[in-house]
Design a protein around this ligand. Structure first.
Ligand SMILES: Cc1cc2nc3c(=O)[nH]c(=O)nc-3n(C[C@H](O)[C@H](O)[C@H](O)COP(=O)(O)O)c2cc1C
Length: 318
């Protein structure tokens, strides 16, 4: 597979990132991905008890990851978490080398993180946000299209349109995310000017992921029309169609306000779906390409397949 600027900047063999996943991107998953030559990412709540302490949990996850891999890994910090500043502080004290921020302004911490000699990546979903991230001093931009699982940008821009527009607008390397589950998506993203890819849903359905079997199975059974975007007025979110998301869509169709949507979603629905496996009441984040996912594999095998199938496509194109 092509070695891009991302590989040099992050010290990885392949320009592939496993996406941060708040409750389920654990040390075990990140280490398996990093050991395979891609970039594993850990998340602050991953592996934590429902009422656990995210700061303590993240510290444990960082230490555990180090025991399982000597390759680079990153920490993902959604800036809308209550403790985001403390979590960034912890990651810095733990000498983490790569931090990925999302769901907030890159102006908040990028210069500070960079000043500590740490690579900072920020997730964007529009050209305007990409420009702001560049001006804020981030090293790499992750450009996420509306195909992506979990939280989407308000403008709901598709990845194929977004990548070249962002690439033309900024001079930083750009990583593509959203709906990429196999090497076809990687080749296409690189052709559009991306220097790497980030995959989320593909790394839910792997052996090392602690996600509940019900959730994994529901992803494997999903077809092209089985995900939906909910909470458009509050925080557009792509997940599997389920009892919960159908009820939410109905509320929205009846003109529910952002406050009413927030009250309906309530507390820790994502954990209920992804960890407890409650397919009715839980929130089951899932990307739009789930229909392509047919089996649970070891994470390292996923990376191997992405690399070998990439080469087959390139050979066919030549
Ligand atoms: C279960 C789940 C949880 C996620 N949580 C986060 C998160 O905490 N922070 C973040 O930046 N992105 C999060 N994402 C988005 C992924 O990191 C990634 O960008 C996205 O899944 C890419 O789209 P794909 O799923 O179609 O590959 C999550 C995705 C999933 C599937």
């Amino acid at each position: 597979m092509k070695s891009t600027e991302i590989c040099r900047l992050l010290g990885i063999q392949y320009p592939i990132l496993q996406g941060g996943m708040l409750w389920i991107a654990t040390a075990e998953l990140a280490a398996a991905v990093s050991n395979a030559g891609a970039l594993g990412v850990i998340s602050p709540y991953a592996g934590m008890d429902n009422m656990g302490d995210p700061v303590k949990n993240l510290e444990d996850q960082i230490k555990k990851t180090r025991q399982m891999t000597s390759f680079p890994f990153a920490v993902n910090i959604p800036l809308d978490l209550k403790d985001s500043g403390i979590l960034i502080d912890l990651a810095i004290r733990q000498a983490v080398k790569i931090i990925i921020t999302a769901a907030g302004s890159p102006e908040m911490y990028s210069e500070f993180i960079k000043g500590m000699g740490i690579k900072v990546l920020h997730l964007v979903s529009s050209v305007r946000q990409a420009r702001l991230a560049e001006a804020s001093g981030v090293d790499i931009i992750i450009c996420e299209g509306v195909e992506a699982a979990a939280h989407n940008g308000f403008d709901e821009l598709p990845l194929f349109s977004l990548i070249p527009q962002i690439v033309d607008e900024v001079s930083l390397p750009v990583i593509a995310a959203g709906g990429i589950v196999d090497s076809r998506g990687i080749v296409a993203s690189l052709a559009l000017g991306a220097a790497g890819v980030q995959l989320g849903t593909r790394f839910v359905v792997v052996e090392e992921n602690i996600a509940h079997q019900n959730y994994k199975q529901a992803i494997l059974e999903a077809g092209d029309k089985d995900t939906a975007i909910t909470a458009r007025k509050l925080l557009p979110t792509r997940s599997l169609k389920s009892g919960f998301s159908k009820q939410l869509l109905e509320l929205e169709a009846h003109g529910a306000t952002a406050g009413e949507i927030r009250r309906f979603i309530g507390y820790r629905r994502a954990r209920k779906g992804q960890i407890d496996g409650d397919l009715e009441a839980g929130e089951l984040y899932c990307g739009a390409s789930a229909g392509l996912l047919k089996e649970i594999l070891p994470a390292g095998q996923v990376v191997k397949n992405l690399v070998s199938e990439y080469q087959i496509i390139i050979n066919e194109l030549l």
